[in-house]
Design a protein around this ligand. Structure first.
Ligand code: MRU
Length: 355
């Protein structure tokens, strides 16, 4: 998928621009947009033209290059101030996915490591770092796919929530990389994609990716997950994550927690697939993960149709946190964390903070 329709790519050298699929237009239209200013990158992240934790990180890294490539004539101290302003602005786009902050920290570190270099040289290094973040994410997706595929049934249904595929990463995805690798290994799997209210990433994006890959998929309303599990059509659940705390509690698209509870009730293993860049070891538990709250009209006027009376209160948290005890395993690029706990997470990821 990533090679057929690249979720995002850097066009040119320096100066260059960030080209991305506008995911708000899928599945009706496959449209690409170009970002040439930091504000355009910020807006694209905010309105979910680019979304999914790793993809947001990659966009922010390239967004930093966009913000600095016109500033090569500044003194080094003014250049540093501008870099702080650019990264702070990009960091304000969405609060939950830690990959955003992780990527921006890596970009800031480049400037810290090159205090004696001219701005032009630092910008060259920033572009190389953004490319490295993109490349490493692609590699991490591939490794997650291989580790996760082994856990999947040889024949059976697998439910996923939201979109943790190629559109959400620089590679084949996290949860979907697992499912695509299982299918490529010859496993007879059938994917159930929760439609994922309110913005329908499952219905619009996950099913589109599965179709591109010729992997069988059925879209269900979120409220049908219990029924599909009860009728024994689902043998495993795999989702992505936006931020995983040190104890393994995992924030992902709102509704994931319900799916994990349902999986537990039906004796179905619930897996989270995520790269090490999604772990935030500075947070002891998921209670500390900041949860984005989005605009009322995503629920009251979803896709242009009013479905809630004017004046009625609406709450729109974009993510929820699945407690570690509901997670059968976290599939990372380094291996699978089973018996999820602070100790097992630390053993796989290390004890440092975000990276
Ligand atoms: O609001 P979104 O669409 O950015 O939410 C995305 C998710 O919840 C994904 O499951 C998560 O970022 C993992 S992507 C590999």
């Amino acid at each position: 998928m990533a090679d057929i329709h690249k979720t995002q790519s850097w066009i040119g050298e320096l100066p260059g621009k960030l080209r991305m699929i506008d995911q708000t237009r899928l599945p009706e239209k496959l449209v690409e947009i170009d970002c040439e200013t930091v504000q355009q990158v910020w807006d694209a992240i905010k309105r979910l033209s680019v979304r999914g934790a790793p993809a947001i990180g990659v966009s922010a890294a390239y967004g930093t290059v966009i913000g600095m490539q016109g500033e090569m004539g500044l003194s080094r101290s003014d250049f540093n101030s501008k870099l702080t302003a650019v990264t702070n602005h990009l960091a304000s786009s969405r609060p939950t996915a830690v990959n955003l902050f992780w990527a921006l920290e890596r970009m800031k570190k480049i400037a810290e490591e090159t205090t004696l270099a001219e701005p032009a040289e630092v910008v060259t290094r920033l572009l190389a770092e953004a490319r490295a973040i993109e490349f490493e994410d692609r590699e991490m997706c591939a490794a997650i796919g291989q580790f996760g595929a082994e856990l999947m049934p040889d024949d059976g249904g697998i439910l996923t929530h939201c979109n943790a595929g190629g559109l959400a990463t620089a590679g084949d995805g996290t949860a979907l990389a697992v499912l695509f690798a299982a299918a490529e290994a010859g496993k007879q799997i059938h994917i159930f994609a929760d439609e994922t209210r309110p913005l329908l990433q499952g219905a619009r994006l996950t099913s589109w990716e599965c179709q591109q890959r010729n992997v069988p998929v059925t879209v269900i309303c979120d409220s049908m997950a219990a029924l599909v599990m009860r009728e024994k059509k689902v043998h495993a659940v795999v989702t992505g994550a936006d931020r995983i705390a040190a104890n393994g509690d995992a924030a992902n698209k709102v509704g994931t927690y319900s799916v994990a509870v349902l999986a537990k009730a039906h004796g179905i293993p619930f897996y989270v697939a995520a790269p090490s860049s999604t772990f935030d070891m500075s947070l002891a538990s998921g209670n500390l993960i900041p949860i984005e709250e989005r605009a009322r009209d995503e629920i009251s006027h979803g896709f242009g149709k009013q479905t809630v009376p004017d004046g009625v209160d609406v709450w729109n948290p974009a993510f929820d946190v699945t407690p570690a005890e509901l997670i059968a395993g976290i599939i990372t690029e380094r291996g699978v964390i089973s018996s999820v706990s602070t100790a097992s997470v630390q053993a796989m990821i290390g004890s440092s903070r975000r990276h």
